[in-house]
Design a binder for this molecule. Structure first.
Ligand code: GAR
Length: 202
């Protein structure tokens, strides 16, 4: 379809954020089409979510492959699919500076905490164990660091006294499914620029 930005989604697991993005695209809320879903795990349930929707998928296993070689295969698949943007949706691998440089300011990630607090793995559990009273999610542009790029959208949730890491994660996930399509829509439909680390929308 003309006028739609082609995006590649990279995931490692369940794929609920992929579904949220795909549904927002289908409703016309995000002027994009998901050209390809790539997983580093051939058994990722997210690949099935993509197949169910008729979205092309590629499993590019990361195990036993040098990072450089794996990233080259992933980047080549993205370019072959003519995807202009890359959305990380539960992609549990750190991207090298070389990969990030291949898609400058065109890689987006969602993280289940209010960055810069609690980067890295099990962010919901980190926030819960720290005793944070508020947590949430962050959609950010990806740079060469770990969960460190410029912030596009954040949404907050309360952390309740009787929360477990799992109940908190579920409350955050609901907000992820709103935040990710909203951020992508903003990036694709509005003029924006970086001022230092700040993403400024006109
Ligand atoms: C989401 O909570 C996402 O924020 C998180 O993985 C989950 C994937 O769920 N990502 C990270 O922790 C990245 N550091 P999903 O597969 O259902 O979208």
């Amino acid at each position: 379809m003309a006028g739609l930005t082609r995006i590649a989604v990279l995931l490692s697991g369940r794929g609920s954020n992929l579904v949220a993005l795909a549904e927002a695209c289908a409703r016309g809320e995000v002027p994009a089409e998901i050209a390809l879903v790539i997983s580093n795990r051939a058994d990722a349930p997210g690949l099935d979510r993509a197949r169910e929707r008729g979205i092309p998928v590629a499993a590019i296993p990361g195990k036993g492959v040098a990072r450089e070689e794996h990233e080259r295969l992933v980047a080549d698949a993205i370019e072959e699919a003519r995807a202009q943007w890359v959305c990380l949706a539960g992609y549990m691998r750190l991207l090298s500076p070389a990969f990030v440089a291949r898609f400058p300011q065109r890689i987006v990630n969602i993280h289940p905490a209010l960055l810069p607090s609690f980067p890295g793995l099990e962010a919901q559990r980190q926030a819960w164990a720290h005793g944070a009273k508020v947590s949430g999610c962050t959609v950010h542009l990806v740079d060469a660091g770990c969960d460190s790029g410029p912030i596009v959208v954040q949404r907050t949730v309360p952390v309740l006294d009787d929360d477990t890491p799992e109940t908190l994660a579920a409350r955050i996930l609901e907000q992820e499914h709103i935040a990710y399509p909203a951020a992508l829509r903003m990036l694709l439909t509005r003029a924006w620029r970086l001022e230092g680390r700040r993403v400024i929308f006109d």
